[in-house]
Design a protein around this ligand. Structure first.
Ligand SMILES: C[S@@+](CC[C@H](N)C(=O)[O-])C[C@H]1O[C@@H](n2cnc3c(N)ncnc32)[C@H](O)[C@@H]1O
Length: 352
């Protein structure tokens, strides 16, 4: 753990001890206040005993360990960083309270529901198909929104009117009326003289004055030859990414089965790691929460998915895993392969 800080760092050891070491390290090598994303996928306390780790703990002990580790992780987080905690129904509702206590309830950003399976489990009264990922940001959700990346906008843009501002597409100019003011209800008269009121239960996005300004700037598209309801021209150059939804389907980011199959194809002669997460899921998280060069921390690294995603996306990473067999069988070879394809200054391996 001493010496020049490596670009990235893989630590074999207990998370609590590793976090203490990372906090204690001072000077140029200190991680304190620098971690942009901390993603953790701890044992969920399902009561199962997996081949690679034990998932059965006394509840009070499980919660106090979570609390202790989160306090340490909070000190490592950058002021504009975020922590993502991945769990299932075994403890997620209790863990939310611990997160509120450690970060403060104002720092809650969102809970992602991830569709982890699509096959039905008929042994259970309900076939659970999702996990939860709770997101907290010390800066609070509003400030964090300014630094997070949106999802790519894959909508089609075109320039049928040769607008010098470039390609655009049109979006409706009416919204749900829930928080409307009186000035958003009025009759719009189109360039061809057709009159439109807002659709039932909705209001215009802008006041009549603002609509007139936007029209004067050539930012309003009037469909149906000028007869239709006004739509806003959104230029491709202005698009900053879409706000992620809070439900992530397996079609978008993979599921547990796909993650296991992926690992089996990489290591066909080994028993698959019990609970790997899909690379696509981690790549999306890393892309939303960080920029190239930022530091990503995962102190329950398992088969190394978070670090592999970070490496592929040009981020630095620090991973801690207590099971040496898991590191040797999965994380190290996966990271070496990722490094071959996406080389940088390399990573160091430490044992504590
Ligand atoms: C659910 S798995 C993480 C899976 C990982 N996200 C992946 O995609 O492979 C949890 C991991 O945490 C490790 N672990 C459990 N307790 C730990 C501790 N106190 N310190 C470090 N690692 C620990 C387990 O050995 C296991 O590999």
């Amino acid at each position: 753990m001493r010496g020049e800080r490596a670009h990235s760092l893989l630590i074999h050891g207990d998370a609590g001890k590793g976090l203490d070491e990372l906090r204690a390290t001072t000077g140029d090598q200190s991680l304190a206040g620098t971690v942009k994303l901390c993603y953790i996928d701890p044992p969920y306390n399902t009561g199962e005993r997996f081949a690679h780790y034990n998932d059965r703990a006394d509840r009070a002990e499980w919660l106090s360990t979570l609390h202790e580790h989160l306090l340490a992780a909070r000190e490592l987080l950058a002021p504009d960083g975020s922590l993502w905690l991945h769990l299932d129904d075994s403890e997620q509702h209790r863990a939310r309270c611990v997160l509120d206590e450690v970060f403060g309830e104002d720092c809650f950003v969102a809970t992602i529901v991830w569709q982890k399976r699509t096959t039905r489990d008929n042994r259970k009264s309900f076939s659970s198909m999702h996990d939860y990922i709770h997101i907290y940001a010390p800066a609070g959700p509003k400030a964090w929104k300014k630094v997070r990346n949106g999802l790519p906008d894959t909508g089609a843009f075109a320039n049928p009117d040769n607008d010098p501002r470039g390609s655009w597409r049109s979006i409706p100019m009416n919204v749900q009326a829930g928080h409307a003011t009186a000035s958003q209800f009025y009759t719009v008269v189109t360039p061809t003289g057709v009159q439109h009121d807002p659709p039932p239960g909705r209001c215009w996005t802008y006041t009549a004055e603002r609509l007139a300004e936007l029209d004067a700037e050539g930012r309003v598209y009037w469909p149906r030859g000028g007869d239709g309801k006004p739509r806003l021209k959104r230029f491709e150059s202005e698009v900053t990414g879409l706000a992620p939804f809070t439900i992530w389907s397996s079609d978008e980011v993979g599921d547990t089965g796909a993650a296991k199959r992926g690992l089996l194809s990489e290591f066909p002669h080994q028993q698959a790691f019990d609970t790997p997460k899909p690379l696509a899921l981690l790549e999306r998280i890393v892309s939303i929460a960080t920029e190239p060069g930022d530091v990503v921390l995962d102190y329950y690294l398992g088969s190394g998915t978070t670090a592999v995603a970070a490496q592929r996306l040009g981020r630095r990473w620090v991973g801690i895993e207590q099971n040496l067999r898991t590191i040797e069988q999965f994380a190290l070879p996966r990271l070496s392969t990722a490094w071959d394809s996406f080389p940088d200054e390399g990573f160091a391996f430490a044992q504590i």
